[in-house]
Design a protein. Structure first.
Length: 305
């Protein structure tokens, strides 16, 4: 018959197992602690299927590295009339929109990736997804309006990404540092467009935590020599969430980020400008949403020199 001591030890052991299990479930859901590191290692070790001609190709972060029909062109020289846009964030900054676009100005709007330039066309190389996107449309508008002679799109957005993964020392910040290293010999970034927030809003991130992570991201770019103005969007609405509010903590954080002294300026408030018909799945942009989005960004960039 078990002694009281043995029963107590058994109860403690079971309790420890339950606590460990619950901690593991929470860490997995929130991508905390070693979970994020293990996921990064898994990405690096995951079996890569044989690349076959005519099919899209992706890297370890699921960024698009090749797509059928891409037209390579000579990379344009950067002048005072060239806009080089670094496009980062999550799915609404990546290739997850409803409508595809192509440059209406030939090599006047190009997609830079991996040391090469391609006539800009959805989907853009360098971001996740393989559907439509809004940045090529924005480039068309910037050239057509005379705001720029040429636009270079540098896309590095990751669908579903939390902002903590973009903090200095995290996996997506490391990816971004590699993008900046690759870009530096040829181009100087003129504008950084940050379109992100839905994942953190849904996950319940606090206002101060979001601001701290964003400032870490900006600091890491500044230390890498990026002195371009940074434009954080207000973007937290995704899905049919009856509890969503315009003054949620992430949106309030995003609205507090602009700081002229640090080169941070207001971006586009997609929560405010897009209605239900502007999102084909209640989250990602439809063609009407993309038009509004591109027009709004063109207006923001028209105010900067």
């Amino acid at each position: 018959m078990p002694t009281r001591r043995a029963i107590a030890v058994a109860i403690i052991a079971v309790g420890c197992l339950i606590v460990a299990y619950l901690a593991g479930v929470y860490s997995y859901a929130k991508n905390l602690g070693p979970v994020e590191w293990l996921r990064t290692i898994k990405r690096e070790l995951t079996f890569k299927p044989e690349v076959r001609p005519g099919l899209p190709t992706f890297d370890a972060f699921n960024r698009l590295t090749g797509f059928p029909g891409k037209q390579e062109v000579r990379c344009p020289l950067q002048t005072g009339r060239t806009m080089v846009l670094l496009l980062i964030g999550q799915s609404n900054a990546a290739n997850n929109a409803g409508q595809r676009y192509a440059s209406a100005h030939g090599d006047g709007v190009v997609n830079y990736y991996g040391g090469k330039c391609f006539v800009a066309a959805s989907p853009l190389l360098g971001a996740t997804g393989h559907a439509g996107e809004s940045w090529t449309l924005l480039g068309n508008k910037l050239v057509a309006s005379g705001r720029a002679d040429r636009v270079v799109l540098v896309s590095a957005a990751i669908g579903g990404s939390w902002i903590r993964r973009w903090k200095e020392g995290s996996d997506l910040n490391g990816m971004l540092q590699s993008v900046l290293d690759d870009l530096r010999p040829r181009y100087r970034i003129s504008h950084v467009l940050w379109q992100q927030g839905e994942a953190d809003s849904e996950g319940g991130m606090g206002r101060d935590d979001y601001a701290e992570a964003f400032n870490s991201l900006v600091g890491s770019m500044r230390r890498k020599g990026v002195d371009a103005p940074v434009f954080p969007s207000v973007s937290t609405k995704c899905g049919m969430n009856p509890d969503w509010r315009a003054d949620n903590p992430v949106a309030l954080a995003q609205k507090s980020l602009p700081d002229k002294a640090r080169g941070i300026f207001p971006g586009v408030d997609t929560d405010a400008i897009l209605g239900p018909v502007d999102r084909y799945d209640d989250c990602h942009f439809s063609a009407t949403g993309q038009e509004k989005f591109a027009d709004a960004w063109a207006g923001v960039l028209a105010k900067t020199r």
